[in-house]
Design a protein around this ligand. Structure first.
Ligand SMILES: Cc1cc2nc3c(=O)[nH]c(=O)nc-3n(C[C@H](O)[C@H](O)[C@H](O)COP(=O)(O)OP(=O)(O)OC[C@H]3O[C@@H](n4cnc5c(N)ncnc54)[C@H](O)[C@@H]3O)c2cc1C
Length: 378
């Protein structure tokens, strides 16, 4: 069956019904009932198992072409599935970076050999990936990374330091941005590598977030080998490949996940504060902003059919919208002082502070909107 006919045979309503029935059958009851009270090890095991279940059920890589192991559907189905999964309180898998960032990057820029070797283990949950882009002195200024990739016989030797690397504690592999030519001009001196993270010379030091969670770490690379066959694109194509990855990171799937989380938080707030007239105006405004986010997200889904350069740049608008809305909802939750929900709001408030930093800070998104969407002078 071709990709086109796969989409045409099932309406979005029929897809939603199929997904809902599958979720009802597959979300583990113990996960749903004991949310928040599982040990880290138990929680990771549920998340790992969830990636496998998604694959077995045909719900992994919904938007990826069938020839690459995906379901050959589109963003509309992906967004629908995320919304339904959140409502069903499904676990979030550990294979997130692989699915959202590595797989689309390999389909766009990878060799046949790389696609053959890596796509299936990403989609079936066998291999977890992390994203090694940011460094202690190169975050917003990503082009300034100084981790070196030195050419040797058959490959490269990597030395340097990455920071804020999410999922690295579980990772089998990393997409890694490194300098391949120290003398070349900025943006033309970087390569993108597929690095085996289970080899000597890699030291991972956990970083605890203000919420208490440990989602990321600092990673030191000492003379770590990567073969020529694991370079994506040409030796100095890394910047171009990285731009594709960053656009996917801010795209519709991420926004759908965030929208669902914001909606759930807001619904909790609305239900616990329905008898608080002093909060009515603020909650009403948050409700309208959440609806606007849903509307904007639906435009992304509609535009998937004819995406253009300007449209992808305007993804930055979405990132600013959802991150600031989430922070305002959690601030309102904390201020509402509902004793039963105190711990929830405390955690969400602290977690949401990071949202205006990751995937490119909101200041950088505003620069992009000003310069590349509105065409204002630098
Ligand atoms: C929870 C979390 C998870 C993350 N996961 C990953 C990951 O998996 N992999 C990864 O590679 N990175 C990850 N990051 C890193 C993230 O991408 C960076 O933190 C981010 O790009 C900002 O870089 P920085 O921290 O170096 O801040 P800096 O770039 O030093 O910025 C400091 C401040 O200056 C502002 N600023 C900088 N330049 C400008 C400018 N030109 N105009 C206006 N303001 C400016 C910034 O907005 C910010 O407020 C994660 C971060 C967080 C918080």
């Amino acid at each position: 069956m071709t990709e086109t006919t796969a989409r045409a045979t099932e309406s979005i309503e029929a897809f939603a019904a199929r997904a809902e029935a599958w979720l009802q059958e597959n979300v583990p009851v113990r996960w749903r009932d004991s949310r928040g009270s599982l040990s880290n090890e138990e929680s990771d095991e549920f998340r790992r198992d969830w990636d496998r279940r998604l694959w077995d059920g045909g719900f992994a890589g919904l938007g990826l072409p069938r020839e690459f192991g995906g379901a050959g559907l589109g963003l509309a189905e992906e967004v629908t599935f995320h919304v339904l999964a959140a409502k069903a309180q499904a676990p979030d898998g550990l294979a997130r970076i692989g699915k959202i960032l590595t797989a689309p990057m390999l389909i766009a820029n990878g060799t046949d050999e790389q696609q053959e070797k890596y796509l299936r283990p990403i989609l079936n949950g066998d291999e977890i990936w992390c994203q090694g882009f940011s460094e202690p002195h190169a975050g917003s200024d990503l082009a300034g990374v100084t981790t070196r990739a030195v050419k040797v016989d058959g490959g490269y030797r990597i030395t340097g330091r990455k920071i804020w690397t999410s999922f690295v504690q579980h990772a089998h592999r990393a997409i890694l941005l490194a300098q391949t030519d120290a003398d070349a001009p900025r943006h033309k001196n970087l390569g993108m590598f597929l690095l085996d993270m289970r080899q000597p010379g890699i030291t991972v030091s956990d970083i605890r977030q203000i919420s208490g969670a440990v989602h990321f770490a600092e990673v030191q690379f000492e003379d770590v080998f990567v073969p020529d066959s694991d370079l994506v694109g040409g030796e100095v194509d890394g910047w171009k490949v990285a731009m594709k990855v960053l656009t996917d990171e801010r795209g519709g799937t991420e926004t759908a996940t965030r929208y669902v989380e914001i909606r759930a938080d807001l619904d909790l707030l609305l239900s616990s504060c329905s008898d608080r007239p002093e909060l009515a105006a603020e909650l009403n405004e948050l409700d309208i902003r959440t609806e606007l986010l849903r509307w904007q997200l639906s435009k992304v889904v509609d535009n998937e059919v004819v995406p253009n350069e300007k449209f992808w740049r305007s993804i930055s608008v979405l990132k600013v919208m959802w991150s600031e809305l989430w922070q305002d909802v959690t601030s309102a939750g904390l201020r509402a002082l509902v004793p039963a929900d105190r711990e929830h709001w405390r955690y969400q408030y602290l977690e949401s502070r990071a949202a205006s930093i990751y995937s490119g800070t909101n200041e950088i998104q505003r620069n992009i909107i000003a310069e590349r969407v509105l065409g204002l002078p630098r």
